[in-house]
Design a binder for this molecule. Structure first.
Ligand SMILES: Cc1cc2nc3c(=O)[nH]c(=O)nc-3n(C[C@H](O)[C@H](O)[C@H](O)COP(=O)(O)OP(=O)(O)OC[C@H]3O[C@@H](n4cnc5c(N)ncnc54)[C@H](O)[C@@H]3O)c2cc1C
Length: 407
């Protein structure tokens, strides 16, 4: 429901309209025809990508010289939202995680040679990538300072040793962006680096595909990976030595917002499905759409969706103006993850048994969204940052406590 006109540029509105046309005319009909529990094949995905190119919305966020459209981050955001209406939208438009964030990281921090090597095939969809940071206990998870994977210099090579898991795309990736400690003595935030590791490197072992709660529509792996004496040439470091976390931080801000926008699209579609079902279904003498208790719940979710859209646009504006916007991004991330979970859950409830059937996409949505309250920083980790900032606020109203006993 786009009741509210968001203050987008003309170009953003144009891109959003083209994407909506592509979704309505090609991607949603294709999704509805896909059998329940059936995954999209490579050739079918390729044909959806061709359609995205024909509609002029393929990989808008990447530079033209490497095969993207060179649109600004803010103008691309509405495309992410429209694409998010279907789980098939983001891979079709090549705005899908984790490749989208990885391409952005290479564009941000890569040398010209690294960009030329990896960006064109990644943009074209001929190559895939993985971001390998999270480790099983006792390594780094929510607290990345606990990272145990190391990279040591040996002549003109780096030697990487470590154990990671939840490396999304691990089984499909041609290149891994691996976070490793390069200075044991420094604070981890100043002693880690990112390396580009080709999938065929000796010593890179895919231990298993972690069985996880995921939509069956897209077959994405989440690999447990061992790096056992993996050697890469020194030019495979991404960005400056020991700046891994600074790069990750610059990657994560925009990447979290693109997630938020995709999930706004998912919530929007889920609520549209719920409203359609309610209008066609009667119970106890009237349409479900006439039941005030359900109407109010839909209204609450429309409110939460609108709030998420506006806060995400606000954070994107700050990033585009050169600010890090760490706290606004953390707020969007928590808000969007909760909002979409509640919206899809409500849509399932409103559709009754049909909501839990795979005749509708809601079950796939539900399976696909749950990770977002954990991945890219769990709710509690973001709330911790927001709270820290709030408690550091100098405008603590001590004076207001003056009349209390013992203050
Ligand atoms: C589907 C999926 C895809 C993923 N893809 C990738 C990927 O591509 N690359 C990658 O590197 N990682 C990936 N991850 C990993 C993800 O980023 C981590 O799971 C996440 O950062 C949490 O780390 P952890 O699992 O080690 O949880 P833990 O650190 O063990 O934390 C467990 C729970 O403790 C709570 N918690 C943590 N800290 C605090 C605190 N300070 N206060 C209160 N509660 C707290 C949170 O609820 C958290 O969920 C993925 C995860 C999933 C589920």
């Amino acid at each position: 429901m786009h009741l509210v006109d968001y203050p987008e540029s003309d170009r953003a509105n144009e891109l959003a309209r083209k994407t909506r046309d592509l979704m309505d005319e090609v991607i949603l009909p294709f999704e509805r025809d896909l059998g329940p529990g059936e995954a999209i094949s490579d050739s079918e995905l390729e044909s959806l990508r061709e359609a995205a190119k024909d509609y002029g919305v393929y990989c808008p966020q990447m530079p033209e010289e490497y095969g993207g459209m060179g649109e600004s981050f803010r103008d691309s955001l509405a495309v992410f939202e429209e694409a998010g209406q279907s789980l098939l939208g983001p891979p079709a438009l090549r705005v899908d995680a984790p490749d989208e964030g990885n391409m952005h990281t290479i564009e941000l921090a890569g040398t010209e040679a690294q960009k030329e090597r990896w960006l064109p095939p990644l943009i074209e969809g001929e190559a895939k990538s993985a971001f390998s940071m999270t480790e099983p206990a006792p390594g780094g998870g929510s607290d990345p300072k606990m990272i145990k994977t190391t990279a040591e210099k040996d002549g003109d090579e780096w030697v990487i040793d470590g154990h990671k898991w939840w490396t999304s795309n691990g089984y499909e990736a041609d290149v891994f962006l691996v976070m490793a400690r390069t200075d044991q003595d420094a604070h981890p935030y100043e002693g880690c680096s990112i390396f580009l590791v080709p999938a065929e490197a000796d010593g890179l072992e895919l231990v298993r595909d972690v069985p996880s709660m995921d939509s069956s529509m897209l077959e994405v792996s989440h690999a447990e990976v061992r790096y056992d004496g993996v050697r890469v040439p020194e030019e495979n470091i991404l960005g400056a030595e020991n700046e891994g976390f600074q790069i990750a931080q610059r990657r994560l801000g925009p990447a979290r917002l693109t997630h938020c926008m995709r999930f706004c699209g998912m919530a929007d579609r889920a609520l549209a499905i719920a409203r359609a079902y309610m209008q066609h279904r009667d119970a106890f003498g009237s349409s479900l759409a006439d039941k005030q208790s359900l109407r109010h719940k839909i209204a609450e979710q429309e409110l939460a969706l609108h709030t998420t859209r506006t806060t995400t646009r606000d954070a994107a504006r700050r990033i585009s103006e050169g600010h890090q916007a760490r706290i606004p991004v953390a707020m969007c991330k928590v808000k969007a993850a909760r909002m979409v979970q509640e919206a899809v859950d409500l849509a399932i409830q409103c559709c009754g048994g049909a909501g839990l059937s795979r005749d509708l996409p809601l079950v796939d949505f539900y399976e696909g969204l749950r990770f977002f309250r954990i991945g890219d920083g769990a709710d509690e980790v973001h709330l911790r940052s927001i709270a820290r900032e709030a408690f550091e606020d100098e405008h603590v109203a001590d004076a207001d406590l003056a009349n209390l006993p013992e203050f």
